[in-house]
Design a protein around this ligand. Sequence first.
Ligand code: ADP
Ligand code: MG
Ligand code: ZN
Length: 481
Amino acid sequence: MKYEPIIGLEIHGELLTNSKMFCSCSADYGSAPEPNSNICPVCTGLPGAMPVVNKKATELAALVGLALNCSINKHNTFARKNYYYPDLPKGYQISQYELPIAEKGSLDVNDGNENQLNVRVRRVHIEEDTAKLAHEKNYALVDFNRAGVPLLEIVSEPDIRTVEAALDYATKVRAILRYLGVNSGDMEKGVLRFEANISVRPVGSDEFRTRTEIKNLNSFRALVRASQYEIERQIKLYEAGGTVVQETLGWDDVRGVTTSQRSKEEAHDYRYFPEPDLPPLQLSDAWIESIRIQLPELPEAKTSRFIADFSLTPSEARFLTSERTLANYFESVVANSKSPAKTIHSWIAGEFMRYLNDSSLSIDDVTLAPETLAKLIDMVTDKTIGASAGKTVLTELFKNGGDPAEIVKEKNLLQMTDVNAIQELVTKILNDNPKEVDEYNAGKETLFQWFMGQVARATKGKADPNVAKELMVKGLEERKK
Ligand code: ADP
Ligand code: MG
Ligand code: ZN
């Protein structure tokens, strides 16, 4: 029997606010001088401490809701989600339950077979992060610096049908959060985490079978591997006549298997009830509009515009819009250059990215001004220098900065475009190597590259390759007996 997977994703992302969700402690726990230095009675759950809602966090949450095409609940409420764990000082987490800040959104994703799939976003709600535990041999240490940091949960409907679509959905949500500047997307730091809910069913059936939930997936790779593993595991279970039990799973990245954490019988009863210490959030239409106008152009819209305005292919445009800073950089180069946008894309996707990758830099680290890159690309386009000289100049610009024209002069990289001079050289090479000419003309066509290599060597790669190639073909043809 053929099975299809049903996937619903829950994404947890911290919000980039200055202070924590319900107190004025710094939310930047990564910069805290030492464990438990960023804490107060509220975020350590001391009796009688009163929470106050972080206004900035509600703005960022609404911004995300709007970016995911959700409707904003003008009246939304906080609730207590009760469970005991050492990283949760109050014994409950303040979350949103019945009335989240945003719900009923959607996001278009690619299913891996070039089909668009509309994934419904069930809800976006505000909650708080937990403390961090450090497990030692016979004991554990707890650091409350992260406790109470604003956390957003984005829950999809079970609309996803392929692992590729799940990956694209997660990738797009991360890109949107980064575009909005609400989350760094730094998955190694744990500021963004995925949970995959998975079930499988026979193709053609429309039932929803029992699902399992894989918690705390901290990378795209883990999301993909864990989902694939879990789909296979469930299919094998059904094929063997068994059934899937509802449970919470962990992912063991080293062994590449999902592991049971707790079953339905042990499932938490969170005993949700309205948070008595916080009034409901009442949002006005004017406030919501003031958030809506802050929405930047989002990746989807930018991609369409790049395809239309710059004659790029969808995949070229998607690459450039994957990061807002990269898209801005590209547009600044285009604005300062006479070269076609397509050429500028090739430089950025090629040499430019290669340099960044080789040096483990990100686009945010680039100090090379887009105007300077534009100058360099234009020198290649108007044949002042050749493409390989262009790469040399780019490396120099990255390393030591400077002006492209100056570097070309200093390193003597001006391209030889004088047809007579190139002709003279080609004639000399052909006259000096009669044996190779005969071999070539007798059918050893691979020798052509050798002849071009002689040109490159004699000119240090500065001869216009198209002119040289044309003259070489002609010269060899003339010497055919
Ligand atoms: P709750 O967390 O309140 O129990 P649900 O169980 O309805 O809510 O959904 C939690 C997540 O599981 C959602 O992302 C949803 O899309 C997904 N989900 C629900 N049912 C299934 C299913 N049968 N197969 C796969 N995913 C599912
Ligand atoms: Mg869940
Ligand atoms: Zn605090």
